[in-house]
Ligand binder design. Sequence first.
Ligand code: HEM
Ligand code: HEM
Length: 150
Amino acid sequence: MITGLNHLHSSFRYLVLLFIVLAVVDAIMGLSSGKSYKKSSKLFALFGLITSHIQLVVGLALYFMGAKGMNVIMNVEGFMKSSELRFYAIEHITMMIIAIVLVTIGYSKAKRIESSKKKYRTILIFYGIALVLIFAMIPWPFLRPFGSWM
Ligand code: HEM
Ligand code: HEM
């Protein structure tokens, strides 16, 4: 079960990244062309929101049921001294939750705005910052020695 959730969480990263990148690129193009907010713009933002919320739910399950989250905090003395143990127990969850909160706030704010320009700008700012945080906190093998490609 945990192994399955781990594979799901690990491969799902590409979908989360895909939709957030699409929403950000679309917002940049929308702002520079001055065109009105399109149906596809809303869909990119909505899919970015949904995939990141699903990633959150699976992440929480891994955190509380798997070996590398709560288990480390409760059972491993001095875990803060190990960059790998600290990464999953503290850093990954904290920064990813902040990023997902930003996506959620950005989506909600944009939904309530009338002007296309302001909608694009809101998505660009909130999804843009979230994208940087998410990219930085994925355990990519080239950033952190303990991540895997899948
Ligand atoms: C820990 C689990 C979750 C939390 C804490 C959470 C929290 C939230 C919050 C705070 C909002 C913003 C409401 C607003 O102001 O518009 C929201 C919206 C939304 N969430 Fe989640 N969510 C979770 C899981 C999920 C899951 C699993 C899905 C989909 C499978 C999902 C799909 C959505 C959608 C579609 C919206 C936007 C609705 C709209 O305004 O159009 N969420 N969620
Ligand atoms: C967009 C958000 C997120 C992305 C893209 C993401 C991505 C990843 C990736 C790529 C891994 C590494 C898997 C591996 O190399 O084996 C991982 C592991 C993990 N993530 Fe996330 N994550 C996100 C959010 C979260 C959140 C919000 C939580 C907690 C609530 C969480 C909890 C975990 C845990 C506990 C692990 C370690 C799993 C294990 O090996 O037992 N993640 N995540």
